[in-house]
Design a protein around this ligand. Structure first.
Ligand SMILES: Nc1ncnc2c1ncn2[C@@H]1O[C@H](COP(=O)(O)OP(=O)(O)OP(=O)(O)O)[C@@H](O)[C@H]1O
Ligand SMILES: [Mg+2]
Length: 328
């Protein structure tokens, strides 16, 4: 099963620290001819790493022993903004399926533009890597640190505002509705693939954006796609996802259900020995905060065993848990 098993590296605070060549010099320099002027990594005489001479490497954000992905922060010297570069190293792609995923990620992410999807700024392919340049969202580990590290779900008192959680749900569902309307299934919804944009002038709460289209698929005209191998992150994977399965966007709604459960109370429904197909029980000990909000109903409708019975992202936008949030 393909999973994201890496670690987010601690962020360095303050202004960009120039990074001495931590990448092999010329890692991106063997370029395919058609993008030779498009992406080039240069290690200058000063031994600083630059991308297209315009972007200065600040520090790595994420790398994993188990995966070919490296995520790094660069400073755009023209705009004075920071950008993220996600590199997928080809010589660490171990199977045809991994190669196909890497290609699809570039192709799919490049086609997306929505306020609840991490913005794709640029990208391309070299002989050695697939490269995606993305907007930088500093609060990239908000959901993972909150849930997986600090065990502070939204039902706990501290920073547990229900309105904030509703706003976050609304953002995720808007992102999903956009993807699904455009024939894309994300396939790997989980807290690590949600990033937060703070200080959005029009928003009371930070904006949630979907990232990581590494397992995403385009559906055909009938709304389904055949997946060769089971993929995803085990606790979030819908029951119908298995080798040679035909899946639909309902896969993401399952992932959403598990994720909302996690964010709400800090554990997945499986923790209480629930099995897909059984009725979900919501013990008031954990769920009191959400009484009469509709959240448990939304989660139950995401976690229906039969994908055809699951709520769709479009329907979820009118669900009381989100619709009560008002402004959509
Ligand atoms: N635009 C961004 N801004 C800030 N941090 C980011 C950004 N994109 C990714 N990250 C950080 O890097 C991590 C890994 O990125 P991503 O999820 O895209 O890679 P991945 O495909 O999961 O890697 P793997 O191959 O290990 O599964 C994210 O969980 C997040 O912490
Ligand atoms: Mg990821």
């Amino acid at each position: 099963m393909e999973t994201g098993a890496g670690i987010a590296l601690p962020h360095e605070s303050g202004r960009p620290r120039r990074h001495r060549a931590s990448l092999p010099p010329g890692a991106l320099s063997d370029l395919l001819p058609e993008i030779a002027n498009h992406i080039a990594l240069i290690t200058g005489a000063d031994n600083l790493v630059r991308l297209n001479s315009r972007y200065l490497l600040i520090h790595p954000i994420y790398r994993s022993e188990a995966s070919p992905t490296v995520v790094e922060l660069y400073h755009d010297c023209d705009t004075s903004l920071d950008v993220v570069v996600k590199r997928v190293e080809k010589d660490r792609l171990l199977s045809p399926a991994q190669w196909a995923s890497a290609r699809r990620e570039l192709d799919i992410h490049r086609s997306l533009r929505h306020r609840n999807v991490v913005e794709f700024l640029d990208g391309g392919e070299t002989e050695k890597e697939y490269v995606l340049m993305l907007e930088y969202l500093p609060a990239c580990d908000y959901f993972t640190s909150r849930i997986e590290v600090n065990n502070e779900p939204f039902c706990t008192k501290r920073d547990g505002a229900v309105e904030k959680f509703k706003s976050f749900t609304c953002d995720i569902v808007l992102g999903l509705a956009y993807l699904h309307a455009n024939g894309i299934i994300h396939m790997d919804l989980k807290p690590a693939n949600l990033l937060l944009k703070k200080d959005v002038p029009t928003n009371e709460f930070p904006l949630v954006k979907l990232c990581d289209f590494g397992l995403s698929r385009r559906v055909s005209d009938d709304g389904s796609v055949l997946i060769e191998k089971k993929c995803g992150t085990s606790s979030y994977v819908a029951p119908e996802v298995c080798d040679q399965a035909c899946v639909t966007s309902a896969v993401d709604m399952w992932g959403l259900g598990v994720m909302l459960h996690m964010l709400a109370v800090g554990f997945a429904p499986y923790a209480l020995r629930w099995k897909p197909g059984e009725e979900l029980k919501f013990n008031p000990r954990y769920w009191r905060k959400y009484e009469n909000t509709g959240l448990t109903d939304l989660i139950s409708r995401c976690l229906r065993l039969d994908p055809a019975e699951r709520i769709t992202a479009q329907q979820a936008l009118s669900h009381p848990w989100i619709a009560l949030n008002g402004d959509m």
